[in-house]
Design a protein around this ligand. Structure first.
Ligand code: NAP
Ligand code: 8YV
Length: 329
C-alpha cells in the first residue's frame, strides 16, 4: 500500500546521515546498486519521484531514468556526477543535484598530501624505517617542490583551493581549462601540451566523463618530460592509464601520485610494482567530517524538493527553472 510519505529510492550504501535525515519525511526503499534496484522498480516505478544516490551505484543512464515516468529529482552524493546522464535528465526536466564546495578543502588537502608524498617519497621513507634499512644507511635524498612549477588541469572550486595551498608554499602555479578565467592571475594555457612542456608537475582535478576522457594521453606525458610528475585526483578516466604505465616504465616521466583509477577498485599490477608511484584508494574527500557534510547535502536537497523549494545545488545541466516537474504541492 502506498505510504503518505513520498517515496525515495536510496541507491548505494545505507549511510546513517542519509537514512536518519530522510526517514522522518520519506518512505525509503533501499538498493545497493542499479541492478538490485531492478527488482523493486516494477512496483515503485509508476509513483517514484525521487532518488537519493549515496555513492555511485552503477550508471544512472537514460534507460534507467526512462523507466521512472514521474521522476523529478536525483540527489547524488559527490561533486562529480559522471555516473548520471545529467544532460538527458535536463532535457526531461529532471533535476540532478550534487555536493559541491563542502569538500573543497578536504580534497585540496589530499591533493597536497599526495603531491608531497610523491615528490618527497614519504611513503617510501616510512617503508624504509619499518624495514630496518635506516639502521644501515641514510634514506636517499629526494626531489623537491622548491624548483617546481605546478600546472593545474581544471582550476575550478577544488583546483583553486589547491592553488591557494601551493601559493602559500611559494610554488608557482599555471592552469589549463577550456576557458581563461578573467579574475585569476595564474598563467593560463589554452593548450595542455604547451603547459605540460613548461611545468614540472601536472595536477589533474577536472570532472570525469566523455569530455575529459584520456585528456592526459601519451603526448601530454611526453611533453611533461623525464623529471615531470603527474598527480591525478580527478577521475581515473581522465588519464590514459596504459599510456601512463608506459611513460613511467620508460622513464618518460619521473613519478606519479594517483587517488583515482580507470577501473576502481582494481589498480593495475604494473603501477603497484613501481616504487616511484604513490597510490591512494580514492580518499580525496574521505574524512568523517567531510563525508558527513556531503551526506547532509544529499538530504538537504531532497528536503528542499519535498517543501517545493528550489534545489540547493543543482548541476549545470539541470538548472532550476522555477518549478519541479509533476510536483503537486
Ligand atoms: P568545478 O568547480 O566544476 O571545476 C572543474 C574545472 O575543470 C573547471 O575549472 C573547468 O574549467 C575544468 N574543465 C572542465 N571540463 C574540462 C575539459 N574538458 N578540459 C579541461 N578542463 C576542463 O569542479 P570541482 O568541484 O573543482 O570538482 C572537480 C572534479 O574533481 C569533480 O568533478 C570530480 O571528478 C573530482 N573530484 C575527485 C575527488 C576525489 O576524491 N579524488 C573528490 C572530489 C572531486 P573550464 O570550464 O574552463 O574548462
Ligand atoms: C567521493 C568524489 O569519493 O565528490 C566526488 O566527486 O570523487 C569523492 O568525493 C566519491 O563520490 C565517492 O564515491
Amino acid at each position: 500500500m502506498a505510504s503518505e510519505k513520498p517515496d525515495v529510492l536510496v541507491l548505494g550504501p545505507a549511510k546513517p546521515t542519509i537514512i536518519d535525515g530522510l526517514s522522518p519525511r520519506f518512505a525509503l526503499h533501499k538498493a545497493n546498486d542499479v541492478t538490485l534496484a531492478d527488482a523493486m522498480l516494477a512496483s515503485l516505478a509508476p509513483r517514484l519521484r525521487a532518488l537519493a544516490v549515496s555513492a555511485p551505484p552503477g550508471r544512472i543512464d537514460e534507460a534507467f531514468m526512462a523507466r521512472l515516468p514521474k521522476l523529478e529529482v536525483i540527489s547524488s552524493f559527490g561533486v562529480g556526477y559522471d555516473h548520471v546522464d545529467a544532460a538527458w535528465a535536463g532535457k526531461q526536466g529532471i533535476v540532478v543535484t550534487h555536493t559541491p564546495d563542502v569538500l573543497n578543502e578536504e580534497v585540496a588537502d589530499t591533493a597536497m598530501g599526495l603531491l608531497l608524498c610523491t615528490v618527497r617519497q614519504f611513503p617510501q621513507a616510512d617503508r624504509y624505517v619499518r624495514s630496518g634499512a635506516w639502521l644501515k644507511k641514510e634514506f636517499p635524498h629526494t626531489q623537491t617542490l622548491r624548483d617546481r612549477m605546478v600546472g593545474i588541469v581544471g582550476l575550478g572550486r577544488i583546483g583553486k583551493a589547491i592553488a591557494r595551498r601551493l601559493e602559500a608554499s611559494n610554488v608557482p602555479v599555471a592552469y589549463h581549462g577550456r576557458n581563461k578565467q578573467p579574475d585569476v592571475a595564474y598563467r593560463y594555457y589554452p593548450d595542455l601540451v604547451a603547459m605540460a612542456r613548461d611545468v614540472d608537475v601536472l595536477l589533474v582535478i577536472t570532472p570525469g566523463g566523455a569530455a575529459t576522457k584520456h585528456l592526459i594521453n601519451a603526448q601530454v606525458l611526453e611533453a611533461l618530460g623525464p623529471t615531470g610528475i603527474l598527480i591525478n585526483v580527478a577521475r581515473g578516466s581522465v588519464v590514459d592509464e596504459a599510456a601512463l604505465i608506459e611513460a613511467l616504465q620508460k622513464k618518460k616521466i619521473y613519478a606519479a601520485g594517483l587517488d583515482v583509477f580507470e577501473n576502481e577498485p582494481k589498480v593495475p599490477q604494473a603501477l603497484i610494482d613501481m616504487d616511484q608511484v604513490v597510490l591512494l584508494p580514492h580518499v580525496g574527500s574521505a574524512s568523517v567530517y567531510t563525508r558527513r557534510a556531503m551526506d547532509q547535502l544529499v538530504v538537504d536537497n531532497l528536503l528542499a524538493w519535498a517543501d517545493g523549494k528550489p534545489p540547493l545545488t543543482p548541476v549545470p545541466e539541470t538548472p532550476w527553472r522555477g518549478n519541479w516537474r509533476n510536483h503537486a504541492n
